[in-house]
Design a binder for this molecule. Sequence first.
Ligand code: GLY
Length: 357
Amino acid sequence: MTSKNNNSVIFTTQLASDVNALLQGVSSEQLFILTDTQTQQHCLPLLQSEGMLQHAKIYTMPAGDHYKTIETVVDIWKFLGENGGTRHSVLINLGGGVVTDLGGFIANTFKRGIRFINVPTTLLSMVDAAVGGKTGINFNGLKNEVGVINPAETVVICSDFLRSLDTHNLLSGYAEMLKHGLLSSRQEMKRLSSFDATKPDYALLASLIETSVQIKANIVEQDPTEKGIRKALNLGHTIGHAFESYSHATNRPILHGYAVAWGLIGELFLSHKVQGFPQDVLLQTVRFIKDNYGVFDITCNDYPALYEYMAHDKKNAIAGQVNFTLLKDVGNIVPNCIVEKELIFQALDFYRDSVGL
Ligand code: GLY
């Protein structure tokens, strides 16, 4: 089964035949696949099961965010150049967010830009990283410091890959879907709350992914370069990124989506306090997050360090003023809300109370 929405995203259960169909007129010498050591083993055989994809030239990078660097980019630019890459080449990025971010950046810069197709293999990359055109690398100790916004020609989503994903990585991607639900409708939030990640109903998940990608794609279409409404996609991420960075700095790393889920608790509290976001949805969402994501252990002694991360977030327009996207209600988005330190600390108190710390 294949379906295509109007944002060049294809949802398929016939991955190889659908990607081959996108490559008509491309010679196999011009076809490149970027993958990593994990996806090479688990996902590449499905992509290469038929057609000209079997003859593509493959570059396998080491797996992990640690390799999302300019050194990896240089090595792949060289690989393309030394293996006959031209401005007519096509790069297929097969992997999670690191591969689609880095591969998109390479495709957007090699020969001043070549065609590229994203084939995301994790839930996080299907519903977020692979869609919307943000590409780039980490640089100088900062995440996604250098990059380009220019979307893949097509994103091909095959949810079969999710059957081999562990529960933690499933939940990590699911947090971005919760965010999209909050930006959309109560009906979508109800559907999302019915999913049990410990016994996944993959048919339900595939349908939830389709809606989730549509919600993101609609926002990106209105504001591809994040001047306005696209900031809505940062919901949960100001506090979430602080948790994530702090978890790495204190040697107890958490997955991105877990950080976002816990960030959503704090930012929905702020939405309630500042914008009157309804308490019933706040409490339902908090319950779902607590039941599924557990806790990231913090005490009030950690607040100043967490606040410093928020104050240095690159999304802040004025240095030192912490900028949030908040909600008046589900689907009613208020970007650019400056929130004072005292209220942010109250949001962290609320997070701790909610998760039982
Ligand atoms: N990950 C948020 C965005 O694509 O804008």
